[in-house]
Design a binder for this molecule. Structure first.
Ligand SMILES: Cc1ncc(COP(=O)(O)O)c(C=O)c1O
Length: 421
């Protein structure tokens, strides 16, 4: 397609977009490394891309930290900020909590659990650390986790070990397991009569590896061990059905793949476990099974809570399955191309059920930070270096706005770097 035809076509698509009431697309937003335009053959995803304000300075393959939010959601956030500022204390004293509860109910529907089992938190850290630190530990109790889990949670377990004298057992998850059973066995081998809690990442953040949570829960429950799942990278990334997983606790951030404004997460606690967890912050008197007893926050940015609804609207307009398929497609678009190149090491399983949008790639002849620096400085491609827990490479997390043309640039860069070995 010629450049002018393409731009005209983009204009038509933008006008037709159901998601863009005030489209602020400009030609520069499709400019990468001074070149343009990047032609996305798939009209739908081009419209989605036009919903984003994309910094033209580099190709952003680091959405794993947090997802920038699309313009329609950002506009809703701005409206909520204006409204709350206009209503002031009256808002806080009247509908604040009803609105937060409604947003929590919407989230519960999205992940298939009861609204009585889910609270909105500030992030995955708050959700998960509340359970780790609020668990009714007895001296000598044991917890199981993996060295590939997120550092803050591992630190929280270390803190619990010092504070409550529990014992932490740490496994190492292989980057390329043969089967689910291999993973289940790895954790099962650590269980003793003293094991109380098994902590596991639904998706390992440094590799994008999705773990067989349902099977882990079945195994752990046979021993009477509870399961706390870190789903920081999962909600809004792929379809998560909490009832089906049958875990006891599930914590996540929403400012990652659900693309809410910064400062949103949720904690799911299975109804029968609600009374046993100590709240992070003391709440007024509540019934033991009322999950609100775990939800004291103090005064906080309530417009973030309100915007969760809008983020879910946007997410559902894309379509949960369509988004998951797109993210998985993008990952395989580049990993399938580079996996067999000499010197390139893909640290993410090849099996499509074990990963989605995120993957990790290293180079035999380069330290991860050198690779990340080369990608950014020479090729204007932004990733993040990971160097530890048996993972040495760059985490690569494209988003719904990523084009295959951007990934072609990335593939070209990897081939060039590999050839220098
Ligand atoms: C696996 C995992 N868990 C927890 C977190 C913490 O998320 P947050 O900083 O939003 O609390 C992260 C952040 O990247 C993560 O990757």
């Amino acid at each position: 397609m010629q450049k002018r035809t393409f731009i005209k076509r983009l204009g038509q698509l933008a006008l037709a977009s159901p998601f863009t009431p005030h489209l602020s697309y400009s030609q520069s937003r499709l400019t990468i490394n001074g070149k343009q335009p990047y032609i996305e053959t798939d009209d739908f995803w081009l419209k989605i891309r036009a919903d984003y304000d994309i910094k033209p300075d580099y190709i952003n393959l680091e959405s794993g930290y947090y997802n920038i939010i699309p313009i329609p959601t950002r506009q809703k956030l701005e409206e909520h900020i204006k409204m709350v500022n206009f209503e002031g204390t009256y808002y806080m004293r009247t509908v604040q909590w009803d609105n937060k509860k409604a947003a929590a109910a919407r989230l519960a529907k999205l992940v298939n659990c009861s609204p009585e089992e889910l609270i909105i938190t500030r992030n995955a850290t708050e959700s998960l650390d509340m359970v780790i630190t609020g668990y009714p530990w007895q001296e000598g109790d044991e917890a199981i986790m993996a060295e590939q889990d997120y550092g803050s949670m591992l630190d929280q377990f270390k803190l619990a070990a010092r504070r409550y004298h529990i014992v932490n057992k740490v496994v190492s998850v292989p980057n390329h397991p043969e089967s689910d059973e291999e993973i289940v066995q790895l954790y099962e081998n650590q269980i003793t009569p003293k094991t109380k809690l098994l902590f596991i990442s639904h998706m390992i953040n440094i590799t994008g590896h999705i773990l067989p949570i349902k099977k882990i829960c079945e195994m752990a429950h046979r021993y009477g061990v509870e399961v706390l799942v870190d789903g920081a990278h999962c909600i809004g990334h792929f379809d998560v059905n909490i009832e089906e997983l049958d875990c006891d606790y599930y914590g996540t951030s929403l400012h990652k793949w659900l693309a809410t404004p910064l400062g949103a997460g949720f904690l799911y606690v299975s109804k029968k476990k609600i009374p046993k967890i100590w709240p992070l912050l003391a709440e007024h008197r509540r019934e033991p099974y009322d999950i609100a007893r775990l939800n004291h926050t103090g005064t906080h940015p309530v417009y973030t809570d309100l915007t969760i609804n809008d983020a879910i609207d946007y997410h559902e307009k894309i379509g949960v399955e369509r988004k998951e398929n797109r993210l998985r497609f993008l990952q395989h678009y580049w990993t399938d191309t580079v996996r067999n190149i000499s010197g390139v090491i893909v640290n993410t399983p090849i099996d499509k059920t074990r990963s989605c949008g995120i993957a990790n790639v290293g180079m035999a002849h380069l330290e991860p930070q050198e690779l990340a620096d080369t990608l950014m400085n020479e090729f204007k491609i932004f990733t993040v270096a990971i160097d530890g827990a048996n993972v040495h490479g760059c985490r690569v997390s494209p988003n719904v706005f990523t084009t295959t043309e951007e990934l072609d640039e990335f593939i070209k860069a990897l081939k060039t770097i590999a050839a220098r070995a």
